[in-house]
Design a protein around this ligand. Structure first.
Ligand SMILES: NC(=O)C1=CN([C@@H]2O[C@H](COP(=O)(O)OP(=O)(O)OC[C@H]3O[C@@H](n4cnc5c(N)ncnc54)[C@H](OP(=O)(O)O)[C@@H]3O)[C@@H](O)[C@H]2O)C=CC1
Ligand SMILES: O=C(O)[C@@H]1CCC=N1
Length: 261
């Protein structure tokens, strides 16, 4: 995720030399430095630039150790801390680094090509300037949506954070079905990707709701109606089950992590 955010920021024109990567494996952070021109620095705490934006992009389970080690430097530099860790509640973050301004962000991997879909949540007391700082950074990697309450972060994680994986699975399933039906695999893949992309862009650019766009494709008694009736048998309940399962897992992780943190 760190690489996706760095790629999104750098491709959007953010000055790479202003980005510091603090990570334990020199070869991996040096590879980021070589690819994007960011600074490669050790994971051990060191003084930070004043008012820096610090993105926590390590695993949720490592948060206690990492933030405890960095707490003094984060406070001293009056940073804005952005956590992209799935399922870590603001209360856990605030307990680990009291007096540090914190925003939760749930990005997704298409941020690396500027096509991300991210949600943000900040405590009510966070001032407008800090909110704008976080929003500007996230917006430079794609869509940025503020959530009205922290509980919604679980469903937003289920929808957009995990969502690219569902779409890739959908593409795999379409490709396999088309190959089983006689198309060459490379052609089936290109057609599936272009169709998904075209339909998504049309939905984004159109004023019509997806249901109306679907209606426009569907001739009575035609091929689309035949295909849709098969999709309708299972797709909606499946989508509900998938998002509920992912959202529930986010809540479970949050409860587990709140105990651990
Ligand atoms: N993958 C996804 O699609 C999404 C992930 N997230 C969140 O992003 C976070 C990272 O997930 P993901 O990228 O998948 O995990 P990875 O395991 O791929 O990346 C973990 C990163 O943490 C770094 N790291 C490990 N230890 C330290 C340390 N002590 N100090 C600083 N950095 C450290 C690693 O550096 P090194 O390479 O040197 O080991 C690596 O860059 C998680 O909290 C996850 O919940 C959020 C949204 C989507
Ligand atoms: O699977 C996960 O837990 C992370 C969070 C959202 C996407 N990947």
């Amino acid at each position: 995720m760190a690489r996706a955010l760095i790629a999104g920021l750098c491709n959007h024109g953010f000055p790479a030399q202003q980005i510091q990567v603090h990570a334990p494996h020199p070869q991996r952070r040096d590879a980021l430095a070589a690819e994007f021109g960011v600074q490669s620095l050790a994971a051990e705490p060191c003084p930070l630039p004043p008012e820096a934006i610090v993105v926590y992009a390590a695993k949720p389970k490592q948060m206690r150790a990492i933030l405890t080690a960095w707490a003094h430097e984060l406070r001293a530099a009056r940073v804005l801390l952005i956590s992209v860790a799935a399922g870590v509640r603001l209360s856990s973050l605030q307990a680990l680094v009291p007096e540090v301004d914190v925003v939760r962000v749930m990005p997704n991997t298409p941020t690396q090509i500027g096509a991300g879909a991210s949600t943000l949540y900040a405590p009510a007391e966070l001032d407008t300037a800090r909110r704008q700082q976080a929003e500007k950074l996230v917006q430079s990697t794609g869509l940025a949506e503020w959530l009205p309450d922290e509980e919604s972060m679980d469903m937003a994680t289920a929808l957009a954070g995990s969502g690219p994986a569902y779409v890739f699975l959908f593409l795999e399933a379409l490709e396999d079905a088309a190959v089983a039906g006689g198309l060459y695999r490379d052609q089936a893949r290109r057609l599936a990707i272009a169709t998904l992309r075209g339909a998504a862009e049309l939905a984004q650019q159109s004023d019509l709701a997806p249901a109306l766009l679907r209606h426009q494709v569907t001739s009575p008694g035609g091929t689309t109606a035949a295909g849709l009736s098969a999709w309708e048998e299972g797709l909606r309940p499946l989508a509900k089950r998938a998002l509920d399962a992912a959202s529930r897992r986010s809540q479970e992780l949050a409860a587990l992590l709140a105990e651990e943190l």
